[in-house]
Structures are given as C-alpha cells and as structure tokens.
Design a protein around this ligand. Structure first.
Ligand SMILES: [Zn+2]
Length: 309
C-alpha cells in the first residue's frame, strides 16, 4: 500500500509521533514506553516490514496488526482488507514466522503454533510432489501444502499430542542449495515427523530421513513410520523413540556415508534398549524415490544391525 494508506493504518492502530524518513515511517514503539521513535516501518517494502530498535521484535504489517489488536494473523489480514491492502502477500519466512514461533513457545519450552498459521500456505498441492506418485487425497491426509513464495512443498509437524509445532519445506527448485527449510529455525531435533499418529507397539518403528521418505513409508503401509528430518537422531528424538514402547527399530536411511555414520551413532545411542535393523536400500537411492512395493521388500529384508560392527 502507499505511504498515505500505511499512515492511516498506523494512526488507526494508535501509533504516535509518526514521521516519514527515507522510505520508512518512524514512530514511538507501541510495545515499550518509548520517547525517541525507536520504531520504524518500511513504506517501500511490499510487506511493510517493521522493527523496534530497542528489541521489541520485528515483523510484517499483518503481524503488527495481530500483535496490537491481539488477534491472529489471518484475522489481521481481514482487518487490513478495509484499507484495500495488498494483503495476499504475507511476507517471507523471516518476517512472518519467527515472532509467531517465539511467542508460541509454551512454558515447557516447547513450540506450539496456532493452527491458523497453516492458512499461510496454499492448500493446493504442487505437481512436483504429485509426480512422485502420491494421490491428492493421500497428501491431504498428511496435510501437505504449498508455499508458492518460497517454492516449497510444506509438511506440517505435530508433536505426540497432535499440536502443530513446525513446518518443513522441501524445495521443488532443481539443484537448490537448501533442499530443506525449517521455518523459523524450527527446532526439528526436538520432534519426529509422524509422532502424532498412533503407534502399534507390537510392530517395529520404521525410521526415515526425509519427509518424502515418510510419505513413501506410509504409502507402502509400513507400520510406525517416523521421520527424523535429517539423518541425525538427537537425544530428544531418541527419547521419543524409546517412549513409543516398541522393541524394534528398522532404519531406512540412505546407504551413503552420512547414512552409514548415522546408523552407527544410532546403534550406540540405543545401547541395546531397542533392536536396530538396517534395511538394505540400494546404493544411490532413497525410499522416497522407490516404489511402494520395493520399499515393502527392502523393509522386510532388514537385518539386525551390530552383528559385524
Ligand atoms: Zn519497542
């Protein structure tokens, strides 16, 4: 929106001592008792990114509205529509998600994102994931959605209680340097993708590396598919694995060097508390790229790890 409109939004929000300066509007920070205009918002940036230089945070215009009016961002966008704002644009990951995540940290230090945050992403499903042989209804079941701005297929992550705790975005850009993106520095090491789903204790856990592997594991109807979102199992993830009460764990990590090393570390960490099985994934492949029937076969052929280590 133009500066004039932005100014009237800010005035309506109760901001004081507005002054235009070099592509910004400076004002008294609405979040601390400010006497010297420590707060500024960009008039030129499409998302109108703002920041308090005294440390009250930063965000987009929609986030400012949400914070001042104590409503969620989706409502804030609706509120802004009256100013004829170009509100379809929610801003990049940095100015959108970080404060939302931080503010949603619970007393236990756990993240819990409001369900409405899901609305940031498009519920349409990108062809790059459909091409991998998943049906739309299957992908919907796993809440797969699209971040068209960052060109990522988005996988929501829930904790064992079903609370939304983060998002993993997988790029559909070929040869992108950052294949996976963890929104707002989501502490992925604290969670396992899939841990909100029921666990059958009589069956083994099937541990996979990436979200597409996770989908493939489910498509192949493997029981208890959990995804470590990378091939490192942290101590927090280890606790989650042990908490399932399952006695066996089939590891479906890639057979590359990183995967081998990860399995060895996992074996050591498990320290006999669970039996580790190694699935013979063909060299250079990952289960995300294999057919469901091939995945079933490879999971069945998993061998007890550690015998020759
Ligand atoms: Zn401030």
């Amino acid at each position: 929106m133009n500066e004039e409109k932005l100014t009237s939004v800010l005035e309506d929000l109760g901001l004081q001592k507005l002054r235009s300066s070099n592509g910004n509007i400076m004002a008294l920070c609405p979040f601390h008792s400010d006497r010297s205009r420590s707060w500024g918002i960009s008039t030129e940036d499409r998302n109108h990114v703002w920041q308090c230089f005294a440390g009250c945070g930063s965000g987009t215009l929609a986030m400012l509205v949400a914070r001042i009016k104590n409503i969620d961002v989706v409502e804030a966008i609706r509120w802004l529509e009256r100013y004829d704002a170009d509100v379809a644009d929610l801003g990049s990951e940095n100015d959108w998600f970080i404060p939302t995540f931080e503010e949603s940290r619970t007393k236990k230090g756990e993240f819990s994102i409001p369900e409405t945050a899901l609305a940031v992403f498009s519920s349409s499903i990108h062809k790059s994931i459909l091409k991998r042989g998943f049906s739309i209804s299957f992908l919907r079941k796993f809440e797969v959605c699209t971040d068209s701005k960052l060109k990522r297929v988005v996988f929501p992550v829930r904790n064992t209680n079903g609370k939304l705790v983060g998002f993993v975005g997988r790029t559909w850009v070929k040869n992108a340097t950052l294949r996976y993106y963890f929104y707002a520095s989501f502490p992925k090491g604290q969670y396992l993708l899939g841990s909100h789903l029921p666990i059958d204790r009589k069956k083994p856990i099937h541990l996979v590396e990436g979200p597409v592997d996770y989908l493939r594991g489910h498509q192949a109807k493997l029981p208890n598919v959990l995804c470590s979102m990378g091939c490192t199992v942290t101590n927090a993830q280890l606790r989650l694995l042990l908490q399932t009460g399952c006695s066996d764990l089939v590891c479906l990590y890639d057979q590359d060097r990183a995967g081998q090393l990860a399995k060895r570390k996992l074996y050591e960490k498990l320290d006999g508390r669970m039996q580790l099985y190694d699935a013979p994934i063909p060299e250079g492949q990952d289960i995300g790229g294999m057919s469901s029937s091939a995945v079933q076969k490879v999971a069945k052929r998993a061998e007890l790890y550690g015998l020759f280590v």
